[in-house]
Structures are given as C-alpha cells and as structure tokens.
Design a protein around this ligand. Structure first.
Ligand code: PMV
Length: 348
C-alpha cells in the first residue's frame, strides 16, 4: 500500500577516506576496497515531501531547493540518480516529490557534498520504502540504503553508518562487498575513539577536474594495477592498526594514501594537480610539528586542496593551539572546521 502524502527528514554526514577509492568500473563499482571515518559535524539535512499522484507519470516529478532556493543546476544529477535506482525502488514515478536540502558546511568550501547529500537522499527514499514495506529488517535496510547511495556517488555509500566503514570486496574484511559499504566488522582500539578531524579550507575554488573524470583517468593509467594492489595491502595493514591502536603505523598508511591519490592525478593523461602551495606548506608544518613534539597528528587529502588533520582526542587542545597559532595563516579567510568521527545517517 502506497502512502498518500507526507514528509521525511534526515541527516547524513560526509566521510573521509583513509584508504582511498580512485578508479571505478560500471556501474559505480570500485576498483579497490576503501575504508573511511564517518564524520559528525559536516552533514547534509534533507527533507523529502511526497505526494501520491493519480496517474503514474512518464518521468520523475520533483522540485529541488538548496538552502531555501530553487536549484535547477542540481536537477540533472538527481534525475540521473533516480533513473539508476528506479529498478530497486519502483514507486518513484508514483509520486511528486519536493526535496529540500542544506549543508552544515559553507557551500563551495571544497568539501565534497556529494557523499552527505546522496546518502541523505537515499536514506529518505528508503524511509518511504519502509512505509511501503514495513517488514524490512534493519540490516537489510542499511545495506539497501548504502547500495542506493553508491549509485548516486560512490563514496556516499560509506556515510550511512559509523564510526568506520569499508566499501569494496576485500578478502581480509568479512562481509565486504563491491555494491554497498559495511561497518568495519571488528572492535576498534580505544586510541581511535572520538578521533578528531580538523578540516583546513585551503582553497574554495571550483575543482578544475571532477571526481568522475578523475576515476575515468584510471583506465589505461600506467600505474593503475600496482595502485589497486597497494590499496588492498593498505586495507590489510589498516585493519590490524585499527585493532591494535598503533598510531605510528596509522600515520604512515594514511599519509601515504593521501599522497598516492594525488600522485595518480599527477601521472594520468591528461595530468592535473589539485593541491595548492598552501596545501604543501601545511603538510610540511605538520611534519615539523610531529618531529618537534612527538605528536600523532597526521594529514589526509580528498580530491581537492583542503587538508584534513587527523589526531587523537587526547591531543585536541594542543593541536587546536597549533592550528590557531600557525596553520590558520594558510587557510582561505582563516577558515577551518572542527569535526570528529561520527555515527552515520539519522532520521529526524
Ligand atoms: O564518490 P566520488 O565519486 O566523488 O569519489 C570520491 C573519491 C575520493 O574522495 C577522492 C576518495 C574517497 O575514497 O572518498
């Protein structure tokens, strides 16, 4: 029985990969497994209003508002998403939808909103599915939500649960799968509880190369095969690290993964560079700081110039002092966001 009308509201966070996903095959399947921290403060809130139609329409019927304003330029992306997921949620064309969405982080901050945005929308749609099919069990619900989110944006499938998720089949991670992400299936060491992520906004400019194009450039990339093998080895290492709490090894794997991601960009054809001079300055400052203080602070990067600073909760005061005294100078308008590891999507 299809419900007539109503509104569903939820939030879903962004995530930051520790072992990176870069390279995919159709449809949105990763060339290697990836693992990420789910974030907490950086999130999207989406409300999905639905109204059942008397006649099933030819095409998807939805209106889109971003932070209160109509957003026609987001429409093709959502249209495409609906087309991809329709086979799994066949009720979409029975409804007229209004989608209203907003982010906690500043727009065009260079923080990818596709992970939080697509996972939030997938979560809302699955809440409607739950009204139609109330017998769906929680585990199946989460799997299918992650499966749908993946079809919106690959990394979005890792945002639904926390604090750590794995996406992509890997022989060392039980239950891992290319089509949806799962929660890291081991208890994590106390060193990683409340792990912090301070995101330094280095450059808010539009990316010159989209991640879609970037993934594509891994086809025929001279180092692709070796890279996928290395990512797999790093998952094996990181699994042990997350269990044992070995922070020095954590730093080594995470920083190497960040630089390798950007190395793949620099060695593709066409080649491109998303780091900015201030990205490199911050990296050098982090290395200096670690050498001087014995801190376990490390960095990672997304597909952009911003730097994510990862550190244990126990170092929070000191690292925030280091940021305000030295690193804000490298941030655009002095902007940075304090975030930490979080638990995933929530119904409001
Ligand atoms: O989800 P996409 O297609 O935007 O790809 C994101 C890829 C990286 O953010 C660079 C790495 C990752 O695993 O999140």
């Amino acid at each position: 029985e299809l419900p007539d009308t109503g509104t569903i509201r939820c939030t879903s966070p962004s995530n930051i990969a520790l072992v990176k996903y870069w390279g995919k095959r159709p449809v949105q399947l990763p060339e290697n497994a990836s693992i990420s921290f789910t974030l907490d403060a950086c999130k999207t809130t989406t409300s999905l209003s639905y109204k059942k139609k008397n006649k099933i329409s030819e095409d998807f019927d939805f209106e889109l508002f971003f932070e209160g304003n109509p957003k026609p330029d987001f429409k093709p992306k959502i249209q495409n998403f609906f087309k991809r997921i329709e086979a799994y949620v066949p009720f979409l064309k029975n409804y007229a939808f209004t989608i209203e969405t907003s982010n906690t982080f500043p727009h065009s901050s260079g923080i990818a909103s596709s992970a939080s945005g697509m996972s939030a929308l997938a979560f809302c749609i699955m809440q409607l599915e739950k009204k139609i099919n109330p017998n769906i069990v929680e585990e199946e619900f989460l799997k299918k939500t992650s499966f749908l989110a993946r079809l919106g944006s690959g990394s979005a499938c890792r945002s639904l649960e926390g604090p750590i998720t794995v996406w992509g089949e890997h022989k060392g991670i039980e239950g891992s799968n290319d089509t949806f992400a799962i929660k890291f299936p081991h208890s994590i060491h106390k060193n990683f509880i409340d792990y912090q992520d301070a995101i330094l906004l280095i450059d808010k400019g539009e990316k010159q190369v989209s991640s879609t194009v970037g993934h594509d450039l891994m086809h025929g990339h001279p180092f692709a095969a070796k890279r996928f093998e290395q990512a797999s080895e790093n998952i094996t290492r990181l699994k042990e690290i997350l269990i044992s709490g070995d922070l020095d090894s954590f730093i080594e794997v995470v920083e190497s993964e960040a630089l390798t991601l950007h190395a793949m960009m620099m060695t593709s054809l066409p080649y491109f560079i998303l780091m900015k001079p201030n990205t490199l300055s911050v990296i050098n400052k982090v290395w200096e700081y670690r050498k001087k203080t014995g801190s376990k602070l490390c960095f990672t990067l997304d597909a952009g110039a911003n730097v994510h600073l990862l550190f244990p909760n126990s170092e929070k005061e000191k690292v925030l002092g280091f940021i305000t005294n030295e690193l804000v100078a490298y941030c655009q308008n002095g902007q940075y966001i304090c975030d930490k590891i979080g638990l995933g999507a929530k119904l409001l």
